[in-house]
Design a protein around this ligand. Structure first.
Ligand code: HEC
Ligand code: HEC
Ligand code: HEC
Ligand code: HEC
Length: 293
């Protein structure tokens, strides 16, 4: 008796996922879009997302067609993908209680299982406070509130209760507040340090990816760089481990976007574990090149 209602509801979820959302054949003006954005056109055409009109994910296209300087919206939110991929969206931010995350670094109560991490991270303040690893949902917020990252300035809005939420999708700034005026990156409480730097976001989020030149090189056209104030920068990070960190939204193909990882996999000036490996996966680096950095 209880089986019947359960089965159709699971089925309905799958159907909404793949067929219920309204996407028609690409709108006429999409050909205009790819005439200028040919690199996007190459990724999009023939892909599993080929039938998704550009306007599925970008608003304000009519004004942009009149004047390219008026930008359409670009959203980095995983919620943009959730309407069509509800299962991946839900499981992505779930805490997996059955499988403990691999503990690779030193944490509060133990030594690093691999001493190389301590060596590689040198004297960074935060090697002293790596608490036990948690799931993707907390990747950004946990780094911001660690006492050794931002000097204790970011505090949970409702105490530590949210730690027990068991994950789920949330925006970082729904959970924490900045308790210190200004943007000085320094210890604000006894026993804290300010070891986080502007590059830290690259492992946590893609939110500021389009405003960042390769490797964070300072560039007048890019809003953020390695030299930015880390406090100002993290105020612009709201999502942890976005879908587009691993999936190209135009081709729906897997990708990497972390620039340090791209550099490690492509450098030829120095032998790396990757370049020396006989089994390496072929990679193809694409420069989207839109903003000239
Ligand atoms: C006439 C050429 C042209 C056409 C047609 C065109 N674009 Fe653009 N698009 C540009 C240029 C140039 C930029 C960079 C604007 C700038 O200089 O800041 C841009 C920027 C963008 C951006 C990036 C916004 C950002 O925040 O960086 C998106 C997204 C985009 N276009 C989507 C579209 C879509 C969708 C269409 C079709 C409806 C389209 N474009 C049609 C030339 C074009
Ligand atoms: C499934 C959602 C989705 C669809 C459909 C989509 N985009 Fe995008 N687009 C994104 C996201 C997300 C980004 C942010 C950059 C990234 O993740 O690579 C983006 C970024 C862009 C950019 C800026 C690229 C850069 O790196 O500077 C352009 C231009 C663009 N899209 C054009 C288009 C055009 C043209 C189409 C239709 C052919 C299209 N998009 C369809 C989600 C989408
Ligand atoms: C309007 C609906 C829609 C949206 C929004 C959407 N997708 Fe998809 N996506 C699809 C469809 C349809 C397929 C093809 C499913 C199939 O062929 O089984 C697909 C396939 C995929 C695949 C699988 C590719 C493969 O090789 O099997 C990935 C990964 C993916 N999408 C990621 C994303 C990401 C990331 C976003 C958000 C940036 C997103 N999608 C937004 C409809 C959507
Ligand atoms: C840390 C990297 C990573 C992130 C972040 C990520 N994915 Fe994936 N995703 C993968 C990998 C790897 C696969 C291939 C899994 C396989 O083949 O077993 C995959 C597979 C998929 C597929 C293909 C169908 C399937 O389940 O095999 C879809 C659709 C998808 N992801 C959507 C999403 C959406 C939506 C998000 C954000 C809520 C997301 N992914 C976030 C790595 C990621």
């Amino acid at each position: 008796m209880t089986k019947m209602p359960l089965f159709p509801s699971v089925l309905a979820l799958a159907l909404i996922g793949y067929f219920g959302a309204s996407y028609a054949a690409p709108a006429q003006n999409d050909a205009n879009c790819t005439a200028c954005h040919s690199n996007i056109g190459t990724l999009h055409t023939g892909s599993k997302h080929a039938n998704l009109p550009c306007a599925t994910c970008h608003d304000g296209t009519a004004d942009h067609l009149k004047n390219p300087k008026t930008h359409p919206t670009v959203s980095m939110s995983p919620q943009q993908c959730s309407s069509c991929h509800p299962n991946q969206f839900e499981t992505m931010y779930k805490v997996n209680d059955h499988r403990i995350a691999r503990d690779s670094k030193k944490n509060l109560n133990n030594i690093s299982p691999n001493p190389f991490f301590d060596e590689a991270l040198g004297a960074h303040g935060f090697v002293k406070e790596h608490n036990l690893p948690r799931s993707h949902a907390y990747a950004a917020v946990d780094q911001f509130i660690a006492d050794r990252s931002f000097g204790g300035r970011f505090q949970p809005k409702e105490g530590w209760l949210f730690s027990g939420d068991n994950g789920g999708f949330f925006g970082v700034w729904e959970k924490i507040d900045d308790t210190i005026p200004g943007n000085a990156q320094k210890p604000h409480k006894p026993g804290t340090a300010a070891a986080a730097n502007p590059v830290c976001w690259t492992c946590k989020s893609t939110d500021v990816m389009m405003d960042w030149a390769y490797l964070g090189d300072p560039n007048t056209k890019a809003k953020w760089s390695r030299a930015s104030n880390p406090v100002d920068l993290v105020h612009n990070i709201n999502h942890a481990v976005n879908c587009n960190m691993c999936h190209d939204p135009h081709s729906a193909q897997p990708r990497i976007v972390r620039d340090a990882l791209i550099q490690a996999m492509t450098r030829t000036d120095y032998p790396t574990l990757y370049s020396e490996s006989a089994n390496k996966t072929p990679i193809d680096v694409k420069d989207m090149g839109l903003r000239g950095f």
